[in-house]
Design a protein around this ligand. Structure first.
Ligand code: SF4
Length: 388
């Protein structure tokens, strides 16, 4: 199966509002027939409204366009995000007056309004879906694309998988990294060697396990798989395994399948805004410099095709290495530019592989440019400075 992914390119031919990304968002919403699909629907717009000093999250101009389209179609929209982001949303420009609808915490004011779903995976059994998502009859999944320390990339899958669950479930999803063993203490019994392993990591990713003194614990987020620790650790005592990195993405795919499973077929659309992409996710509470050229705006009914297409378009551009924080190493490799910062084992495509395996969509897509850029032809002669 091939799915359509509608794309608004970041390029424009003319300095004209009709060729800008908010205008292309309108064209994408038309292509998705959003207005025709939301009559009498209670529509949850899931987005990340940032935290603290974030300013690279989706600008209210874009959100208002989605809200207006839903209202035009006779739907009732509201924005949802996790409680600690939603509670300060107005400080970053998200209020009824600006976007045209209210912003609610996905799990209620105390993050305790949820519905439990059960699916066994690693350390997880119960998945607590925010009640505001359960209450909605239609979903607009509007994601800002950025890097992510656990899996190198966050977009449509991550927006639903983490942002629709209440806090405890989000924490357990991050802990899936640690279920498959990577530390074998019987092969490294002496404290001096353990300390050398800890000291070998330039990113502070290895620490003594606070719950089990004498054991080592890996913070997967700052680890870029440089392998320095493996040169110090006794053979077999310490492992940097791709499988440990991929569990987070498989958990995201499972979580997304639970979220989407609460909506009837055809009652969800997905949008990715790939502008001002930063090294880490918007939860960090700040915006750093963009580390990739803007890649535009994407929309589809198929979440797998959407994230696949977004990654593929971004892969054609280069990392803006001068904008990467100096505490992060840039290691060029054959993989996606996001892995140049986060390491090759944080393969951003794993989430769409897992999502496709769960039947959430197809990695095969057709990219439909909603407003192809007209290539301007200039006069066929050399540029001459006009001098007086
Ligand atoms: S592989 Fe990861 S944990 Fe080991 S030294 Fe490199 S960054 Fe640190």
């Amino acid at each position: 199966m091939t799915s359509n992914v509608y794309w608004g390119s970041p390029r424009q031919a003319r300095l004209d509002a009709a060729e800008t990304l908010p205008a292309k968002l309108d064209l994408i919403l038309d292509a998705l027939h959003l207005r025709d699909r939301v009559k009498d629907e209670l529509v949850a717009i899931k987005m990340h409204v940032g935290n603290n000093l974030s300013y690279s999250v989706i600008h209210p101009v874009f959100v208002r366009k989605v809200v207006q389209a839903i209202k035009d179609g006779g739907g009732k929209p509201f924005v949802v995000d996790v409680d600690w982001d939603a509670s300060g949303a107005e400080k970053r420009g998200y209020a009824s007056e600006t976007i045209g609808c209210p912003v609610y915490p996905v799990g209620g004011l105390k993050d305790n309004y949820y519905v439990s779903y059960f699916h066994e995976y690693k350390n997880m059994k119960e998945w607590k879906l925010g009640g505001m998502i359960q209450d909605a009859s239609f979903l607009v999944n509007f994601a800002h694309v950025k890097g992510h320390p656990s899996c190198s990339f966050g977009a449509a899958f991550k927006n639903l998988a983490l942002g629709c669950m209440v806090g405890g479930t989000r924490g357990l999803m991050h802990d899936t990294h640690h279920v498959d063993p990577y530390w074998f203490p019987e092969l490294c019994p002496d404290a001096e060697t353990r300390q050398r392993i800890i000291d070998s990591c330039p990113h502070g990713a290895i620490v003594e396990d606070r719950h089990a003194p004498g054991n080592l614990h890996l913070h997967y987020e700052p680890c870029n798989q440089c392998g320095r620790c493996l040169k110090v650790a006794p053979e077999g005592s310490w492992k940097i395994n791709p499988a440990n990195f991929w569990t987070f993405q498989e958990a995201m795919a499972i979580s997304t399948s639970i979220v989407l499973g609460t909506f009837d077929p055809g009652k969800a659309v997905h949008l990715n805004l790939a502008t001002h992409m930063t090294p880490v996710c918007d939860c960090f509470g700040f915006t750093s410099m963009p580390i990739l050229p803007d890649a535009g705006i994407f929309g589809s009914d198929d979440i797998v095709a959407l994230d696949q297409a977004t990654l593929d378009v971004i892969a054609q551009s280069r990392l803006i290495t001068e904008n990467v924080p100096t505490s992060m190493e840039v290691i060029p490799n054959d993989g996606h530019p996001f892995t140049w910062m986060h390491g090759p084992m944080k393969d951003p495509y794993k989430v769409v592989e897992y999502g496709e395996a769960l039947g959430l969509g197809s990695r095969q897509y057709e990219l439909v440019d909603v407003l192809p850029v007209e290539e301007k032809k200039f006069a066929p002669m050399a540029y001459i400075h006009a001098r007086s």
